[in-house]
Write a protein that binds this ligand. Structure first.
Ligand SMILES: *[C@@H]1O[C@H](CO)[C@@H](O)[C@H](O)[C@H]1NC(C)=O
Ligand SMILES: *[C@@H]1O[C@H](CO)[C@@H](O)[C@H](O)[C@H]1NC(C)=O
Ligand SMILES: *[C@@H]1O[C@H](CO)[C@@H](O)[C@H](O)[C@H]1NC(C)=O
Ligand SMILES: *[C@@H]1O[C@H](CO)[C@@H](O)[C@H](O)[C@H]1NC(C)=O
Ligand SMILES: *[C@@H]1O[C@H](CO)[C@@H](O)[C@H](O)[C@H]1NC(C)=O
Ligand SMILES: *[C@@H]1O[C@H](CO)[C@@H](O)[C@H](O)[C@H]1NC(C)=O
Length: 294
């Protein structure tokens, strides 16, 4: 009996034919509630759109409004290593390194001298290429400097189609991430890249590095410099044809059949070297393992 009564109450709560109430409210009461929420949400959406509009008005298309003052840029290598940053291949097995050579071909294609001559400007080396706006008058589009593929010498892929991968003396290409407005190097001292052994942990408080395994290195352009004329960078919209300068490193006598842990870093007299806070700023590390079948 008690159960039946409860069931009846429930039914009545959902639809009460006497008072014509659905879930305890009349149709007009429901209507008012729905109307209230519709107006409420339209109001919220309007407020959001208005705020967004006002904020967007304050943005400049050509440069970021807010920029972190810390400007130690990240570095990346090509050929793109996998997530583990490993370049591993066997000299005698063409298919194991061919993809690396192809990736470099593709990456360097926009740097062909002919392409650069057509797109970019021949700048005065060793000084910043500044193209400031005068007040509100934008000096756009801004020109960019040529970075010819031939500068990369034996790592350009022009004399040596396989970038040294076929004889165990591979080239790695390094670029610095773009930072708008960055002026690396004070007093005419260009920033340069150096590569060396990476210290790595082998046990608790036990570190090792592969310095004796790296062998001789050669940098292109000489000394691994990023010429000052490629700075500052004004952003994708202002400087449409910008070509990031590159540095190539060729390993001339690296130990084969062993893992070699390498770290390359940027040296500039005004870029703070990677802090503890950001271990990746201004440096890149990777593992190189070249196998040979004897
Ligand atoms: C760049 O040069 C290489 C080698 O000469 C050629 O294979 C490639 O097609 C060129 N790429 C462009 C975009 O001109
Ligand atoms: C780049 O190559 C082009 C075509 O060979 C040449 O005219 C130009 O002077 C070179 N630019 C630089 C900066 O070496
Ligand atoms: C960018 O390159 C194109 C050719 O690809 C050229 O017509 C244009 O003038 C260049 N723009 C600037 C700002 O140098
Ligand atoms: C490029 O490689 C060749 C052959 O290995 C060598 O004779 C030459 O000195 C190298 N060039 C440069 C600029 O290192
Ligand atoms: C490379 O560095 C050495 C020593 O710092 C310097 O004497 C030489 O002029 C530099 N070469 C180039 C091409 O910048
Ligand atoms: C290459 O490195 C090995 C040691 O790893 C060394 O014995 C040899 O002399 C080096 N060769 C050259 C040409 O530097």
């Amino acid at each position: 009996m008690a159960k039946d009564g409860e069931k009846g109450e429930w039914k009545e709560f959902i639809w009460n034919p006497r008072t014509r109430e659905f879930l305890g409210r009349t149709a007009s009461s429901w209507g008012l509630i729905i109307l209230f929420y519709v107006i409420f949400y339209i109001f919220l959406a309007g407020l959001f759109a208005l705020t967004m509009y006002v904020m967007l008005q304050t943005l400049d298309d050509h440069k970021p409004t807010w920029q972190d003052r810390l400007s130690t840029p990240g570095m990346v290598i090509r050929p793109k290593a996998d997530e583990a940053f490993e370049i591993v291949y066997t000299v005698q097995r063409t298919e194991s390194w061919d993809l690396y050579a192809q990736a470099l071909d593709k990456f360097l294609s926009p740097y062909n001298d002919s392409v650069q001559a057509q797109k970019n400007h021949e700048c005065t080396p060793d000084q910043y290429f500044q193209q400031e706006d005068s007040g509100d008058v934008k000096n756009n589009p801004k020109r960019s400097c040529q970075f010819n593929r031939t500068i990369l010498g034996n790592c350009s892929g022009l004399h040596d189609r396989y970038y040294g991968y076929q004889d165990g003396r591979p080239c790695i290409i390094i670029k610095l991430n773009r930072v708008i407005g960055m002026l690396p190097g004070k007093d005419g001292q260009a920033p340069y890249v150096t590569c060396g052994a990476k210290r790595y942990k082998v046990g608790k408080d036990e570190w090792r590095e592969d310095s004796e395994k790296i062998g001789e290195l050669v940098y292109y352009p000489p000394n691994g410099t990023f010429n000052l004329m490629y700075y500052p960078y004004y952003g994708k919209k202002a400087q449409v044809n910008y070509s990031q300068p590159l540095v190539a490193v060729k390993f001339l006598n690296i130990t084969t059949n062993e893992d070699v842990n390498i770290e390359c870093k940027i040296n500039a007299n005004n870029i703070p070297i990677a802090s503890e806070r950001d271990k990746f700023a201004g440096r890149v590390s990777f593992k190189l393992r070249i196998n040979t079948i004897n």
